[in-house]
Design a protein around this ligand. Structure first.
Ligand code: HAM
Length: 422
């Protein structure tokens, strides 16, 4: 019996060229924007101790309860593929003393893992660009990081709407939680099974459940914003004032609660059209207690992460301009005698910055086909006779331009045909 073909794991996708070019272009556009805001890159392990996520994200969240890829390594330690980046950044800063008297602004880019039901815009391995600002309690940091998020989406060319909410402090939220529970309990039987199950554990999640019957109940629920403590209310007001001063439009969404437990005060999401329920392309908020909770010095912080796959899906329509840089020239050896000369010249040209594909030895027919497929602008086919006569023909692939001259002066020919060596 034939062996079953091996495939990638469900929800974990290969990213092939030319799609990788779109990724690279987006990543470099993002790095340029991040530099404008003084952010430095941090690169962290993909695997962390499981306890980090349980403590940071919260024991009762869907991520920790249902979605983590957790396994025992050969020593019996419980490890987890990171489902998000914030916990790891905080762990690393505490571990390396990066918060003493400093206000780091860090970003990271890489794969995250969640065992969710895969669909368009939702995968089990997905990529985030995340940004975290530490050490600034004022709403000015919230405004600045939201301005950064707006500029990243603008650089990606993806229009989205900004939604804002404030979750207050853990104390004011605890008071509100009781008020909300009193409202929800009598209607529990009309909630979806997920919400019924998490009602007592995490009633705020009912507010942003996507199921219609839950949304109907959530619409008339008492609002968290009406129960904010005075300091959180002032913080939220200053944030809005600063956003208006920068002409950043926003909507207040009192039902925006987020799926991770570490948030305090400001939470925000950018939502785009075109991906249905997976329209949130970027999300984040303030997490003033997390650093201390993980054993570090008391440090306010705020951050967000954007989903690379979601942004790229929304950009797909405008990807025409993202073609890979095509080779300048294709050098093909027609026989074994000319192969070394082809490889030597190819290396010389690459050392001077040209993109070169070298091939052979092979028949004319095969080399012409390879040259065509390579997409190179120009081609030269070299045989032992040409080498002996020191004369070759350099031809444009898609046009009529050509140059005949010594093999040793091929660079001159390329320049005459307009190839830029600078
Ligand atoms: P999050 O809302 O869980 O937040 O994820 C942020 C973004 O990652 C989402 O808005 C979405 O674009 C993308 N994303 C999440 N899950 C998936 C998935 N299964 N497939 C594709 N894309 C996905 C966080 O992760 C927080 N760490 C953000 C943060 C940073 N808060 C403060 N600092």
């Amino acid at each position: 019996m034939a062996k079953a073909t091996l495939t990638a794991v469900r929800g974990m996708n290969d990213i092939l060229p030319p799609e990788t070019v779109a990724w690279q272009n987006l990543e470099s556009a993002f790095r340029a924007v991040l530099a404008l805001y003084g952010c430095a890159e941090i690169r962290l392990p993909i695997v962390e101790q499981s306890a980090l996520f349980a403590r940071a994200i919260g024991d009762v969240t869907d991520i920790v309860q249902k979605e983590m890829y957790t396994f025992a390594d050969r020593n019996g330690d419980s490890l987890t593929l990171r489902p998000e980046g914030t916990a790891g950044v905080v762990r690393a800063l505490i571990e390396h003393g990066g918060l003493r008297g400093q206000t780091p602004r860090l970003y990271y880019l890489g794969p995250m893992f969640r065992h969710e039901r895969p669909q368009r815009g939702r995968y089990r391995q997905f990529h985030q660009l995340g940004v975290e600002f530490f050490g600034i309690a004022s709403a000015s940091a919230d405004a600045e990081i939201i301005a950064l998020s707006a500029r990243l989406l603008q650089a990606a060319g993806v229009p989205a709407r900004l939604q804002l909410n404030s979750l207050g402090t853990p104390q004011s939220r605890a008071v509100y939680r009781e008020i909300l529970l009193q409202y929800l309990r009598p209607q529990a039987e009309h909630l979806c099974s997920d919400c019924q199950e998490r009602l007592e554990r995490n009633p705020l999640r009912v507010l942003d459940c996507k199921v219609e019957s839950c949304q109907e109940i959530a619409r008339d629920a008492p609002q968290l914003l009406a129960h904010l403590d005075p300091e959180s209310a002032a913080h939220f007001a200053l944030l809005q004032k600063l956003l208006r001063s920068m002409d950043i439009a926003y909507e207040i969404n009192p039902r925006l609660v987020r799926g991770l437990d570490y948030y305090h005060r400001t939470v925000f999401e950018w939502v785009a059209e075109g991906l249905g329920a997976q329209g949130t392309v970027l999300a984040g908020g303030r997490y003033d207690a997390l650093v201390a909770q993980l054993g570090g010095p008391d440090t306010p912080a705020i951050g967000f992460a954007l989903g690379m796959e979601r942004l790229l899906a929304l950009r797909a329509a405008s990807m025409g301009e993202e073609l890979a840089a095509l080779p300048h020239v294709f050098l093909g050896a027609l026989d074994a005698e000319s192969l070394a000369a082809v490889f030597q010249r190819a290396e010389e040209l690459r050392a001077r910055g040209l993109r070169v594909i070298s091939a052979g030895p092979a028949s004319i027919k095969s080399l012409l086909k390879q040259a065509q497929r390579s997409g190179a602008h120009y081609q030269v086919l070299l045989g032992a006779d040409d080498l002996a006569a020191d004369s070759v023909l350099l031809k444009e692939q898609e046009g009529l331009a050509q140059w005949q001259g010594p093999w040793t002066a091929l660079d001159q020919g390329l320049m005459q045909l307009g190839v830029d060596f600078s």
